[in-house]
Design a protein around this ligand. Structure first.
Ligand SMILES: [Zn+2]
Length: 387
């Protein structure tokens, strides 16, 4: 018999988050305090509650200009080493409260140099915040692993430099490179230099692709830029035709993405809020999960969307009538798709995720061999019941 699946239960489950922006997840009170400390006078209000409502109110109206104005404020107060370290620290604390056991949090170093910081200082401040907070959490008996992705803005010309920066800090917690920003008119192939560097260095890359823009963006990200994962990737549905009987026919690109188990870093509420998808019920994640693409669920911007990973999962459970088994599947998908080393992934799957879900609902582990069994016989991706 299945166990009740509400927000509190989901919060207690060990979860994995692969797509979360540091500048999209600040606490409203922190934005207010940092603005006062740094003499930043552009905030629409200095009342934390009103400010929280202001950030979120832009989203459901699909007002992209207002949505982006939110980032001007968060980035505006993240221009000193102390501010960056504090935001990173609080990010870890908030993820622990939400029951996240592994997260990859991304940010664009080039956006935090307005007041003279170097990109190295930016990266080191954020990493110091992550390291301090994760060390304290481990001592407190609430361990979490947090890794970092460095993002280059597709509208700028610094991607090669950011890719080099990411590789330089690979032993200090940076596990990958990403490109973000408006897709239309800014194809990922404009940054081939950066992606080829990442490839030559045996490093990892994901790309924001197929969020609002179509298939060419996804195709370029995978076939030209060697993206191992797709940030969003929602528009892959444009290459899938669903017949009246519910049967689906996949085009060549959609087939490739599914066959190669290319992870989709899906962020459903964010897509609704930016207008890429009309509603959660209309979101392709339901279809893509049914067709067994390598789907993962993510937050994108917790502050601007007023969500957490748990609330996002709870919304999907309600919308698509998903069970613990679905949440478990999504979580293991995400952990398998992480950019941290294989052994760390395995340790988290076997040491935390499987036991955590088994304790919440025994149905999750019924008749399922351990990951080691599969490692002994092939690859992690071969586990038939989960993948
Ligand atoms: Zn994003």
């Amino acid at each position: 018999m299945s166990v009740r699946l509400g927000l509190d239960q989901i919060r207690s489950a060990p979860k994995v988050l692969l797509h979360d922006h540091l500048d999209g997840g600040l606490r409203p009170a922190t934005v207010v305090e940092l603005a006062a400390e740094q003499g930043y006078r552009e905030l629409p209000t200095t009342d934390p509650q009103e400010l929280a409502a202001w950030f979120v109110s832009a989203a459901p109206r699909h007002d992209l200009v207002r949505y982006l104005a939110g980032f001007a404020h968060t980035v505006g107060v993240m221009q000193t080493c102390e501010a960056l370290e504090r935001v990173a620290t609080e990010c870890v604390e908030d993820l622990i409260e939400d029951g996240v056991v592994y997260a990859e949090v991304r940010f664009a170093p080039e956006l935090h140099t307005e007041r003279g910081l170097t990109t190295e200082q930016v990266v080191e401040s954020v990493l110091a915040g992550f390291d301090g907070a994760t060390a304290r959490a481990a001592v407190a008996g609430r361990p979490i692993t947090v890794r970092t992705l460095l993002t280059a803005m597709r509208t700028a010309a610094r991607s090669r430099e950011i890719a080099e920066l990411a590789v330089r800090y690979r032993d200090a917690g940076v596990v990958g490179f990403d490109v973000a920003g408006p897709e239309a008119g800014y194809p990922p192939t404009a940054h081939l230099d950066a992606f080829h560097l990442v490839q030559r260095e045996n490093f990892h890359a994901t790309v924001h692709a197929g969020e609002a823009f179509g298939l060419p963006s996804i195709w370029q990200a995978i076939q030209w830029c060697n993206a191992e994962r797709l940030g969003h990737g929602v528009r892959i549905v444009d290459d899938i035709v669903v017949g009246p009987d519910g049967g689906a026919s996949l085009g060549r690109l959609a087939s490739y993405v599914r066959d190669r188990r290319i992870p989709l870093e899906m962020c459903p509420t964010s897509n609704v809020h930016t207008g890429a998808v009309p509603s959660l019920a209309d979101h392709p994640i339901g279809l893509l999960r049914r067709l067994r693409f390598r789907v993962t669920v993510n937050t994108d911007n917790r502050l601007m969307s007023g969500i957490s990973l748990s609330s996002e999962l709870a919304g999907l459970v309600e919308t698509f009538d998903w069970s613990w088994r679905d949440i478990n599947w999504l979580t293991i998908n995400a952990m398998k798709s992480a950019f941290c080393p294989f052994e760390e992934r395995l340790a988290l799957i076997d040491g935390r995720i499987k036991p955590g879900f088994a304790a919440l609902d025994p149905d999750c582990t019924r008749a399922r061999p351990s990951q080691e069994t599969y490692i002994a016989h092939g690859s992690l991706a071969d586990e038939p019941l989960i993948d």
